[in-house]
Design a protein around this ligand. Structure first.
Ligand code: HEM
Length: 221
């Protein structure tokens, strides 16, 4: 297992782990948004989708455990890299000049931590239904009703919309950066790789936010 230790101890190995786990989670987020958008097709569409997912049984658990492992590796190695980068810089810069680094790239640790907080809340809210007795009382597959009841509360809808903006910000730098780490850094691809993150970030933030916004404005009820 010496090679494994060597890979995970090196900064390029750590970067690769952050990139590959990040890419896998982007795959989940895109699939999750596609499923969630079925809410616009009405209760039947989204509820039977949720039921179908549950009926995957063991396969669903494999995906859940895979996601948990991805998220843990992503966080551990991203923090390790961040600390190593700080240690490599003997003193904080006296004058901060951020000519090249974008706001999104400088705030990765912060948006990442906020997203972790969001995901923990989201699991308590929709997966464990532990945040309100009203949700706990719904039937197992009444996902449409759960979404509408939740987002009729402006505070919850607002919290989700702000979190989706943070997700968009995190991915706008993260996705471009992961493709660079994976070797797409030829000048030919530079502008494509540079735009893919911001484009995906905006699409995902808008797509996810459309759900709480539609409920809040009474389009879904
Ligand atoms: C408007 C935004 C979102 C809505 C309406 C939404 C909706 C849902 C619902 C209804 C469930 C529970 C499904 C069930 O147990 O039957 C769920 C689970 C989950 N969501 Fe979301 N979601 C949103 C955004 C996100 C985002 C941005 C992420 C990740 C960054 C995320 C990650 C998860 C995870 C990890 C689960 C648990 C999956 C499982 O139990 O297997 N969600 N979501």
């Amino acid at each position: 297992m010496g090679w494994l230790r060597q890979t995970t101890d090196s900064s390029i190995g750590g970067k690769l782990i952050v990139a590959v786990t990040g890419l896998a989670m982007v795959g989940f987020v895109v699939a999750h948004l596609s499923g969630n958008l079925l809410v616009f097709g009405g209760p039947q569409a989204v509820n039977s989708y949720a039921e179908g997912l549950r009926k995957l049984g063991a396969l669903l658990w494999v995906a859940r455990i895979g996601l948990l492992v991805m998220a843990t590796l992503h966080i551990v190695f991203a923090i390790k890299l961040n600390l190593a980068n700080r240690a490599a810089r003997p003193q904080a810069y006296a004058v901060k000049t951020y000519r090249r680094a974008s706001f999104a790239s400088r705030s990765m640790l912060l948006t990442g931590m906020a997203l972790l907080g969001y995901i923990l809340f989201h699991l308590a809210h929709f997966t464990f239904r532990a945040t309100s007795p009203e949700l706990a009382a719904l039937g197992e597959y009444e996902v449409y009703q759960m979404i509408v009841l939740s987002f009729q509360q402006p505070l919850i809808a607002g919290l989700y919309i702000v979190s989706m903006l943070l997700l968009g910000l995190h991915l706008s730098h993260g996705v471009s950066s992961l493709f660079q780490t994976l070797g797409f850094n030829h000048p030919k691809y530079r502008s494509l790789v540079g735009s893919i993150g911001p484009i995906l970030g905006v699409l995902l933030a808008l797509g996810f936010s459309s759900i709480p916004a539609a409920v809040l404005f009474g389009l879904l009820k």
